[in-house]
Design a protein around this ligand. Structure first.
Ligand SMILES: Cc1cc2nc3c(=O)[nH]c(=O)nc-3n(C[C@H](O)[C@H](O)[C@H](O)COP(=O)(O)OP(=O)(O)OC[C@H]3O[C@@H](n4cnc5c(N)ncnc54)[C@H](O)[C@@H]3O)c2cc1C
Length: 372
């Protein structure tokens, strides 16, 4: 069984049963995270020498896609954990790796990303969050506007303007640090409702220079070279997974919905056209995501352009797939008797997350121009 199939089975059994409640009640899917922890998936991106699985970008994409077929929220929160943990693998000091990676691999530490701010919006690489020296220590002050897994993470990667060099720093901030304040009431999302993606203020949060990921001023390079590719490919995987789930429900519903004369919805040519388009768009999202992740893993030419394009492709396709699936589901879909409306709501987040697909399209064009 491939890793993708293995996670798909695990998710059907231990994640899917909690998805509806997470959506309806807007609560974090703790049980699903527990199942992933027990199965050892929090260590996917951690090298074997630190007790992890030594996974690649392709493994990251496969696991995120398989999870999203059962629960988009679980997949997105998990995806961000992988991106944050891999940033430490790729850029942390030896001491930081020794301290944090075994705990992440054992599932004792859940990681999250705290980059977006109300001011900078989708331009997360332009933070206003300030750092100041306090003797030997560094104090962070400011507010991050969306932090997925907020109250359920043990550590956050936070970007701030560097005080010791030109550019940005990325800090690893533990959840128990004094001065972290969450705004629970600010998260009531249209979709991805179990995400816990709320604002987090840092009020004089005191850190040591050893809490910085990478050297002073290296934050911009970490964002571009590590975080962006893993995050963008991870988003492509999550929303391809949502499209797959919608595709499966639409096909099944069309085959089983019967009229009094015994005919089925699937016998109607217009519905067949919708199904054909749903399949084409879903498979295009899935296959391009896997291909982009493989290219990224192998550092192939055009890998960056493919990762960006795969995310834009998946983000656009999932919304269209869900729109057509809703048509096939008709009144039952609208009355929420099918999960299609949840997929549609979840799918709208695909384009919004930073860098938004509009911004990413510009980056894609710039990557193509630079490579040609
Ligand atoms: C479900 C969810 C989970 C999230 N989780 C996290 C998280 O864990 N960590 C985190 O840091 N952030 C997170 N975010 C925040 C997200 O990544 C974005 O930063 C945030 O939603 C952007 O906010 P904004 O509306 O202020 O963007 P704005 O900057 O106001 O952009 C609004 C729209 O304008 C367009 N736009 C803006 N600038 C340009 C441009 N130069 N060119 C073309 N078009 C442009 C884009 O289409 C964009 O979608 C999350 C958001 C959502 C919805």
């Amino acid at each position: 069984m491939s890793r993708y199939e293995e996670v798909r089975e695990l998710a059907k059994k231990s994640v899917a049963p909690h998805t509806n409640a997470a959506d309806k009640e807007g609560r974090f899917p703790k049980e699903s995270f527990e199942a992933l922890r027990e199965a050892g998936y929090f260590g996917l991106m951690i090298p074997k020498e630190f007790g992890g699985s030594g996974g690649t970008l392709s493994d990251h994409a496969e696991v995120c896609m398989a999870l999203a077929e059962s629960c988009a929220t679980t997949a997105l929160c998990y995806m961000m954990h992988n991106v944050a943990s891999y940033s430490i693998v790729a850029s942390g000091s030896d001491e930081m790796k020794k301290e944090k990676l075994p705990a992440i691999a054992q599932g004792k530490k859940v990681m999250a990303l705290a980059f977006s701010e109300s001011g900078s919006g989708t331009h997360f690489y332009l933070p206003e969050l300030s750092a100041k020296k306090e003797g030997e220590k560094i104090a962070l002050n400011g507010r991050k506007s969306f932090v997925t897994t907020a109250r359920f993470a043990d550590e956050y990667l936070v970007d701030a303007n560097s005080i010791e060099a030109e550019g940005l720093d990325i800090w690893s901030v533990p959840s128990e640090a004094k001065g972290i304040v969450f705004e629970d009431a600010q998260w009531d999302g249209l979709g991805m409702r179990g995400n816990n993606s709320m604002p987090m203020s840092l009020e004089n949060v005191t850190l040591s220079s050893s809490d910085r990921v990478g050297k002073a001023g290296e934050g911009g390079a970490i964002l571009s070279n590590i975080i962006a590719p893993y995050f963008v490919t991870g988003l492509a995987a999550v929303y391809s997974g949502v499209a797959s789930a919608a595709q499966d429900v639409a096909i099944k519903y069309a085959k089983t919905r019967k009229y009094p004369d015994g005919s089925t919805l699937s016998g109607i040519p217009t519905v067949q056209e919708h199904l054909a388009k749903i399949y084409r768009l879903t498979q295009s999202a899935r296959h391009y995501t896997f291909a982009a992740a493989k290219n990224g893993t192998q550092n192939a030419p055009n890998a960056v352009a493919d990762m960006f394009a795969a995310r834009i492709n998946a983000s656009e396709n999932v919304v269209e797939v869900c729109r057509l699936a809703m048509k096939i589901g008709g009144g039952n879909a609208y009355a929420k008797r099918l999960p299609l409306e949840r997929y549609l709501r979840d799918s709208y987040a695909a384009a919004v997350m930073a860098p938004s697909t509009d911004v990413l399209a510009i980056w894609l064009a710039q990557a193509l121009i630079a490579e040609s």
